[in-house]
Design a protein around this ligand. Structure first.
Ligand code: G4P
Length: 190
C-alpha cells in the first residue's frame, strides 16, 4: 500500500535494525485518514472470505481493525492481555510471549463473542515473531471456529513471523513488508 509506505518513510523512526517507531500515526497518535484507507484495503482483499468477525489484540491493532470491521460490516472483538490466568469456564486463554518487549501475557477471549460458525479475520499492527498472531489463532481453534485471513499493517519480513504463518498456510496480507532497515534507509518488498 503506497500511502502507508510513504508515511513510514516520511514519519517512521528507525530505532535500530529491528525496531521501527510509528508513534506519530499508529501506536500513540493515530492518523484516522490513514486508518480509513487501511480498513478499505483489508476489506477489499478479504471481501470474498465471508468474514463474520474481525479480531485484534489490544492495543495498537484496534484502530486499523475497527476501520476494517466497519468496512466489512461485522463486529470487532478485542482480545485482552491479562496478567493472570482466569480459572473459570467462560473464557478461552493462551499464553503469549512477546520477544520484542520481553513480556508474557494470557491472551483472553470471552466464549460469548465466538461460535464455531465464525469465520475470523485477525488484524494486527506489527508482524515480528508471529507469537501474537499464533496466540489469536489458538483461541479461534479452541472455539472450533476458523481463521479465514490475517491482515498485518507492517510486516518485518526479516523476522520469523511471516514464515511461521506461511508454513501453516494462512492467507496473510501485509500492507507494508519491510525487507531490511538500517539507520540510513528502509527497504520494502514490492
Ligand atoms: P509478534 O507481535 O509478531 O508476536 O512479535 P513480538 O512478540 O516480537 O512483538 C510484540 C510486541 O512488540 C507487539 O506489541 C508488537 O506490535 C510490538 N512490535 C514488534 N516490532 C515492533 C516494531 O518494530 N515497532 C513497534 N513500534 N512495535 C513493535 P504489543 O505488545 O502487542 O503491544 P501494543 O503496542 O499492541 O499495545
Amino acid at each position: 500500500m503506497e500511502l502507508l509506505k510513504e508515511k513510514i518513510k516520511k514519519d517512521g523512526i528507525i530505532l535500530s535494525e529491528n525496531i521501527l517507531k510509528v508513534d506519530s500515526f499508529l501506536n500513540h497518535q493515530v492518523d484516522p485518514f490513514l486508518m480509513k484507507e487501511i480498513g478499505f484495503e483489508f476489506a477489499k482483499y478479504f471481501k470474498n472470505k465471508k468474514i463474520t468477525k474481525v479480531f485484534t489484540i489490544e492495543s495498537s491493532g484496534i484502530a486499523p481493525a475497527l476501520m476494517t470491521a466497519l468496512e466489512l460490516n461485522v463486529p470487532l472483538v478485542i482480545l485482552k492481555k491479562q496478567t493472570s490466568q482466569i480459572l473459570n469456564n467462560d473464557f478461552y486463554q493462551t499464553k503469549v510471549k512477546s520477544f520484542t518487549k520481553n513480556t508474557e501475557y494470557n491472551l483472553t477471549l470471552s466464549k460469548k463473542y465466538i461460535s464455531e460458525n465464525d469465520s475470523i479475520l485477525i488484524i494486527d499492527d506489527f508482524l515480528a515473531n508471529g507469537e501474537a498472531s499464533l496466540g489469536a489463532i489458538n483461541l479461534v481453534n479452541q472455539a472450533n471456529a476458523s481463521v479465514s485471513g490475517i491482515g498485518i499493517v507492517i510486516e518485518k519480513s526479516f523476522q520469523p513471523g511471516r514464515q511461521k504463518l506461511d508454513l501453516l498456510r494462512y492467507d496473510v496480507y501485509s500492507l507494508a513488508r519491510i525487507k531490511h532497515m538500517s539507520k540510513e534507509k528502509i527497504e520494502f518488498i514490492d
